[in-house]
Design a protein around this ligand. Sequence first.
Ligand SMILES: C[N+](C)(C)CCCC[C@H](N)C(=O)O
Length: 288
Amino acid sequence: MPVEEFVAGWISGAVGLVLGHPFDTIKVRLQTQNTYRGIVDCILKTYRHESVLGFFKGMSFPIASVALVNSVLFGVYSNTLLALTATSHQERRAQPPSYTNIFIAGCTGGVLQAYCLAPFDLIKVRLQNQTEPRMKIGSSEPRYRGPVHCAASILREEGPQGLFRGSWALVLRDTPTLGMYFVTYEGLCRQYTPEGQNPSSTTVLVAGGFAGIASWITATPFDVIKSRMQMDGLKGRKYRGMLHCMASSFRQEGIRVFFKGMTLNSARAFPVNAVTFLSYEYLLSLWR
Ligand SMILES: C[N+](C)(C)CCCC[C@H](N)C(=O)O
């Protein structure tokens, strides 16, 4: 089984992650806390109250986990395509796989990565939602001291299944949308590349950026539900399950609730996925 795709997926994921984390923190706060008037208000409050560090809360853990998650996504995607079409990464420009096969391979990568991502993502969301400023004498102590303390507290207070809270919503968020992610990427690359040639760096950047936007726009409704389910359980349980969470969010806040964080998801998606695909393709071309 070719392993290069796993390694390339890991490194490219890490580069993208750091770049996108501040957007991600603001998004998570807007989705789950009702105290902000909008994006700018949330940025200003976070900065005033917690300084630049506030935007990078909960990042160390995703950095560690992106190794696993992005390499599962790209590795499984590429190896599923290999199984479906009997073409390796190197041969795919000359013999392009069909969009159906690309979609199936993307969905397969999506399901598996969602399961690996679930506990890491939960811890990230819980830490991002702690608004206490760090290292200020006299300010109240945040509930979780860091990722390890957060994981241990959840295990103790909510049991092992607590770490997988929201994972159904996460699987629903990621499966079809990651199929679409690779279809958009390949489609745009093919459109702008003469037959048989490799896409230029600019094409890869633009195709990766738009693949990210397309997949995040469609993923946002389940992203909101996922984040809310993950925060549930912190102070007792408000939702009986995913459907209850959807229904009660809708009843209280209207249809708009499902689009919370969409602007930020899209703004973050372009640079993150542009560099993810560029470094992925670059690394694979090095090892060819
Ligand atoms: C499927 N969905 C859009 C939810 C996620 C796409 C993940 C791609 C990349 N790791 C990123 O964080 O943007």
